[in-house]
Design a binder for this molecule. Structure first.
Ligand SMILES: [Zn+2]
Ligand SMILES: [Zn+2]
Length: 277
């Protein structure tokens, strides 16, 4: 009797562990609207996918900030002005979605719930932005190195999951680039949520580096992350890559935070695309 109870306990704990592992891979419901999904369905339903709040065009070709006015000639070679103070290492960033509504829920599903299948949906959506960044960095068709923003060792141990790496792996798995885990991050990072641009930059300054053995100056390096907030992390990463010898550096993120006016515009655009779908 004692033995079978013990067996049951170990079986039960194995089941719990397995269920936990399964949850980490596939959500049971759409991460946008909580509607139930079949096991094989992508974790974001078609309706929620069509409602993702797209950033309006034209966008700044350096920092992806919506420029607010339709381009007179072309969306290319337009700058917003707010990224003028950026150091020169980071040439270009693109993101397709505003960090709001469904896009924010998708980001949180990956980051906090660690649903890896969400990374695939995000990678599919990020592919055009990655293509834009790569073609800006290199006029010839070339396979970019995909460099996820790393976690510090302590944070990696604590969280057990790096959403930026999950995204870079998903992009690489789609043949859109080669995964490169070249960046390192020192300890002592502070939580960035709710912190202003200057403080963010101070929080991450000098905290990233890349070992010189990783240098591939012939290839464009594209930093991969889930959200661009002030750009502080992407800038520090690009400085570290430039210091290690990389010559062409860009960044791609799934979403970007916006000024309130632009969020409104993005919502309107999202509703339009929903009406079309
Ligand atoms: Zn949905
Ligand atoms: Zn800009």
């Amino acid at each position: 009797m004692g033995l079978s109870v013990q067996r049951w306990r170990s079986w039960e704990s194995w089941l719990r562990g397995a269920a936990k592992g399964f949850d980490a891979l596939v959500p049971a419901a759409c991460v946008g609207c909580q509607r139930g999904l079949s096991v094989s369905a992508p974790p974001l339903c078609p309706v929620c996918r069509s409602r993702l709040p797209r950033l309006p065009l034209p966008r700044c070709e350096r920092c992806a900030e919506p420029l607010g006015t339709p381009a007179l000639n072309s969306a290319e070679h337009e700058r917003c002005g707010t990224c003028e103070s950026w150091p020169p290492s980071l040439r270009t960033v693109d993101a397709l979605f505003a960090y709001a509504d469904g896009a924010a829920r998708v980001v949180r599903a990956l980051k906090y719930h660690k649903w890896r299948s969400v990374a695939g949906v995000m990678a599919d959506a990020m592919a055009p932005a990655l293509g834009t960044v790569t073609s800006r960095l290199s006029p010839d068709p070339v396979c970019p190195l995909l460099v996820p923003v790393p976690l510090s060792r302590a944070r990696a141990r604590e969280r057990g999951f790096n959403q930026a790496q999950a995204l870079a792996e998903a992009l690489a798995g789609r043949g859109l680039g080669e995964l490169s885990l070249t960046l390192r991050r020192g300890e002592g990072g502070k939580h960035q949520a709710g912190v202003g641009a200057d403080k963010r930059r101070a929080n991450v300054r000098g905290r990233f580096w890349a070992p010189e053995v990783a240098i591939r100056p012939d290839r464009p390096a594209v930093i991969v992350d889930d959200v661009l907030t002030t750009g502080a992390t992407a800038l520090e990463c690009s400085d570290a890559l430039a210091e290690a010898g990389f010559l062409r550096i860009g960044a791609v993120t799934f979403a970007r935070t916006l000024r309130p006016l632009d969020v409104e515009r993005a919502e309107t655009d999202g509703m339009r695309s929903e009406a079309r779908g």
